[in-house]
Design a protein around this ligand. Sequence first.
Ligand code: ZN
Length: 393
Amino acid sequence: MSTTLFTDIASLVTNDVTLDKGLLGELNNAAFIEESGQIIWVGSSASAPSADSKVSLEGKSVIPGFVDSHAHLVFAGDRSLEFEARMSGRAYSVGGIMTTVRATREATDEELDQNIATQVVEMYRGGITTFETKGGYGLDVEHELRSLKLAVAHTEDVTFLGGHVVPEEYKGRADSYVDLVKGEMLEACAPYARWVDVFCDDGAFDYEQSKAILQAGIAAGLLPRIHANQLSQGRGVELAVELGCASADHCTHLSAKDIELLAGSNTVATLLPGAEFSTRSEYPDARRLVRAGVTVALATDCNPGSSYTSSMAFCIAVAVRDMHFTPEQALWSATLGGAKALQREDVGSIAIGKSADFVVLDAPSFRHIPYRPGVDLVVETFISGTSIYRSNK
Ligand SMILES: [Zn+2]
């Protein structure tokens, strides 16, 4: 097996706390060696052993690939007019999801697959190397199944989200729809999913309905996660902790009790700044969570209605500016925090034995990500030691 030494790195974020270099395990004038897609050595450029080949990164910086633990990539259609109306004063409501459901049902398999592929390329260009994605825009057995079959070709972290909203044909019969989701729909979709999710919020599913869906998913062998407390201070977080969900996503409206519950659990709080940005909503304050000891992840929530961004760098900038993350905490949450939200041990850090998923930045350190919002700093993205995107600069 051949080894490659990446060296002359001005700032290397390892996320390895055993290095005793803070939360990010940041090394300066650093190097690492990759073999067969894994990291086998990390240290200073000066002390790097020789390898079969050597790549000088000439003072650029390196971070672990971003782990986007929350995205909705299986959809068709465009909701830019809805965004425009919202920015002109109209409030966000979950009803807009049906617009995407109609477009998704009408799209061909090829159109849906091409749309996923386009967004995946965008993610790679922005430094995301691991991502989760969901169904949730089919809302019947045929189209949820199709969504997940398409998704598994792109990622191993596929989520069954039949419980996204009650579709219009079930208006006034939410419990019948819940029966369909936890019955026939789950049975069809479970072979293609790792996760089960539900939107537990005003206008979506209540605590009891959400619990029934998640419990059915768990019984079918899926791991639970949840959309919780985006629109109101409901019981989503409480349910997440009760069922041992890997993560509670959104967490926009949290009571002191919710934070206490999260802090005493293994449930990650995943914040989605793109959603608050794109719906002009109040941002949650990450300091409350971090201070309490809650594990916090950052993700894009990439979807056509409420957060149409595939840029983790953008999310970090907004998280730092408006959610009061420190740049260090935001970077950690977008990498190792995301890995924890997906219960992935192999990604999220640059340490011995981890997958060689990393991003080369045209910047002296990761701090330039929030410091230079909107500026594309990614020079090259690697997955398992293989370059999957390289910019022209
Ligand atoms: Zn979502």
